[in-house]
Design a protein around this ligand. Sequence first.
Ligand code: ARG
Length: 455
Amino acid sequence: MWGGRFAAGPASIMREINASIPFDKRLWKQDIAGSKAHVAMLATQGIVAQADADAIAAGLDTIAAEYEANGVPVNLDLEDIHMVTESRLADLIGPVAGRLHTARSRNDQVATDFRLWVRDAIDEVEAGLLGLQRALVARAEEQADAVMPGFTHLQSAQPVTLGHHLMAYYEMVRRDRSRFADARARLNECPLGAAALAGTGFPTNRHMTATALGFAKPTDNSLDSVSDRDFALDYLMAATQASLHLSRLAEEFIIWASQPFGFVKLPDAYSTGSSIMPQKRNPDAAELVRGHAGRIMGCMTALCVTMKGLPLAYSKDMQDDKPPVFEAHDLLALSIAAMTGMVGTVTFRTDRMRGLAESGFATATDLADWLVREGGIPFREAHHITGRAVAAAESAGVPMDQLPIATLKDIDARIDERVYAVLTVDASVASRQSHGGTAPSQVRARIAEAKEVLG
Ligand code: ARG
């Protein structure tokens, strides 16, 4: 493509290090779409004759059909998807193919293709996250009253409902979706027509190509257009955050599936057995979601480091932008699908959750709050009294609500029978009616709002 000035061809190592076709073939659909929009504009502007533009567009359609049927041929000599396609176009329609590259460069071409690809990737992730939210809300509704221990420091803290716990993940995914939506809006400007770096002297119409490709507007600075990879980084940062949430949920399932917890039975479809220990049911899918988050974060770091030292405008380092984005996207899409499947089909052992909530003295705070409310005792003192009640329950080996009244009165004479109404786990969760609290009525209100939003 640049043979005019060069006497010798590239060394084979040069061919290998230079080529991006092994991975950027994934951009083929976007590359064809970009070229079709470009050539239509060239014809409208009188830069290329309409008949030539028609021949080019028809040739591009033929190539798209070939790629669809047989895949993109990988030829390292042709370097990248842009050159593979242009060379095939020349085979098909002859020298007129050479008019397609008027008033553009591979620099604005690849920037455009990659934006289009990331935009599609965001749409795919969005649909996946929406599905995950639906699964979370459905299970939360089913478990709105199921009591489980709520943890801080992974120590039994206060009883919560399983529905409330699941809705916490709904909130995380809600923020993830808004990050992807922000990234999409920011990305949606078209760099095509910035040419190599300085714009072009041809009378192009960049608004026309931007509109044809579904962008809100053309980009406003040609140097920035070919050197900007913020959209890829935005994607990777949003993907990192989302994968981190998926990893936390995966980690819960791993802990919950362990024998000491026994809060869930993971579905067969998302577990594996052991070749030597027949009793085992391993949470492999969840563990891999947790593992993939690390790789996705690595992809984000990789592109940050690639970009941090680059002067304007395009540098070939930027060719390395694509593998981390492709890898992160594949891992994220798989992780979302796996977690959605698990959330939808996991068996919750709510009897076991309730048992543990009752055995962990998780209603101690409720006793302290009762002493404040009913006895007018300062909270710090109530906390102290409650500590003695917990110690008594512990040494008697009973839950808080089974301590005899005599024992409680011995600890503090201001305690009377009415206290039992707050010492059960159900009373405890039902009382937490503050906005966003764990009371089933609150959880159901949030679920109703979520269902409204999800449609
Ligand atoms: N394959 C290249 C990339 O992905 C296309 C742009 C090449 N531009 C250049 N000036 N060599 O970045």
